[in-house]
Design a protein around this ligand. Structure first.
Ligand code: DLL
Length: 433
């Protein structure tokens, strides 16, 4: 039986959703125009005023906002409410440049947590569940967002945060956790450790996982589901728009419903900025229509994605996005070929390797090199050089047909690639260092 946190919203008719979007967008644009000089200037430069925005059909008239705008306006330049009405900040995990700082009123936090509650109930959660939140807490939005959603659903919440894997497992087993929330790479690590401890899926009390914050393939989903004996649901979001819960997966596990009563999604051509028709692959752009303190109009996420409005068997009516295929800024260009790390992961997992790998890109004598290091499982581990070479060749061939270029593959011993407790670092691009 499908469960909803807010059934009347999650299954609302398309006309109702459009009516919410129209009304809220008009109000939001006015709020921003009146309160954010940075935005007003951007709109003036594009020759658009709030009077031009009469419904969501006029969205295309508004200027885009990029991460560079956020950096330029750091820290208060995009704030739309007095600080006295803000109760929290969260911040991105960005490693380069200035961090993005997002502000929240209490109302913003309530709506964000409701979005996370929708995700937890879509994964089957109820107040009978024990929900272990193993995303990082603190400035990162993963822990606080899912924590709030779990409270709203009424789950017994274990605010484990990330790290200390043995303690994670102790809580899962002793407190009989039924839902695990963390990054997919950490879920895989927890699963691997449980397996090594001799725990079989039927001994593990978990029934569902809500995993996101980084790209992960279908193959990785299968792997995690099998090791932990759970159903693994994807969840998407970004700090700039609140955090996790911008969209989430339902029982169909075929894409994530975007909470369209809060966010309007568009797909654009990343080069021209032109809005693309439904079903096209392009850059995902969001407008937050209910956020008070840190509203964003047409924010370019850099995530490459596709939207579909095909009816979903779960009964939800909100548009679905596919798993992001990568970020336009994570896309590697190797010898002129566009390569997404997720394509490499698919080849590795399809050939029976674990998702413990690293991609090293370099430039030697003016030629790009792609070196994929992947761990063997303990079962396949061998010191027979011939066998290793044969296995490497299978992967080189698989990568060539997936990517259209030749990579070097190095099989490394089990456990030699460092595990992640948060977002995994898969790519080392030495050309940038
Ligand atoms: O990662 C928020 C979040 C926390 C989402 C917990 C889900 C679960 P940021 O650190 O600001 O926020 O990073 C946002 O992470 O633009 C995507 O590139 C990527 N991302 C987030 N969720 C997914 C996902 C959080 N399910 C950036 N699949 C986004 C693929 C994802 N990429």
């Amino acid at each position: 039986m499908e469960r909803y946190y807010q059934p009347e919203i999650e299954t609302a008719g398309r006309e109702q959703i459009k009516a919410w979007q129209d009304e809220r967008l008009v109000k939001q644009v006015k709020h921003i125009w009146d309160n954010v000089p940075y935005y007003r200037k951007k709109m003036e430069e594009k020759g658009v005023t709030p009077d031009d925005i009469k419904s969501s059909d006029d969205l295309y008239k508004l200027p885009f906002v990029t991460k560079d705008d956020l950096r330029e306006a750091y820290p208060y330049g995009l704030l739309a409410k007095p600080l006295s009405e803000c109760v929290r900040i969260q911040s991105t995990s960005g490693t380069t440049g200035k961090r993005v700082v997002a502000f929240y009123t209490q109302h913003d936090i309530d709506l964000w947590e409701e979005c996370c509650a929708r995700a937890i109930m879509a994964a089957g959660g109820t107040n009978e569940d024990v929900c272990q939140v193993s995303y990082g807490y603190g400035l990162f939005t993963g822990g606080p967002g899912l924590n709030g959603g779990s409270h709203k659903v009424g789950c017994l919440t274990i605010p484990a945060s990330s790290g200390n894997t043995e303690r994670q497992i102790m809580f899962i087993m002793d407190l009989q956790a039924t839902i695990l929330c963390c990054t997919p790479s950490y879920a895989a690590y927890i699963g691997e450790t449980m397996k090594e401890m001799g725990l079989t899926p039927d001994q593990i009390p978990l029934k569902a996982g809500i995993f996101g914050a980084e790209a992960w393939s279908e193959e990785m989903r299968q792997d995690i589901q099998n090791t932990l004996g759970i159903k693994a649901y994807d969840i998407y979001g970004l700090t700039e728009l609140s955090g996790p819960g911008v969209s989430f997966e339902c029982s169909a596990q075929t894409g994530m419903h975007i909470n369209e009563d809060h966010f309007i999604a568009e797909i654009i051509d990343p080069d021209t900025g032109e809005v693309l028709p439904e079903g096209s692959v392009g850059e995902l752009v969001f407008t937050s229509i209910t956020k008070e303190a840190f509203p964003l109009l047409r924010y370019r996420t850099r995530d490459i994605c596709k939207l579909t409005r095909e009816p979903c068997p779960c009964g939800r009516t909100h548009v679905k996005m596919c798993k992001p295929m990568g970020r336009s800024d994570d896309m590697l260009i190797i010898r002129g070929v566009n390569v997404f790390p997720s394509q490499i992961e698919t080849v590795l997992l399809n050939n029976g390797y674990p998702a413990n790998y690293q991609i090293i890109v370099d430039r030697v004598k003016n030629t790009d090199t792609l070196d994929v290091q992947v761990e063997m499982t303990p079962e396949m581990f061998t010191d027979d050089i011939g066998e290793i070479e044969r296995r490497q060749k299978v992967l080189v061939d698989g990568l060539r047909s997936m990517l259209g270029l030749t990579a070097k593959v190095t099989l490394v011993a089990p456990k030699s690639i460092v595990r992640s407790e948060g977002k995994a670092v898969r790519v080392i691009d030495k050309r940038k260092i």
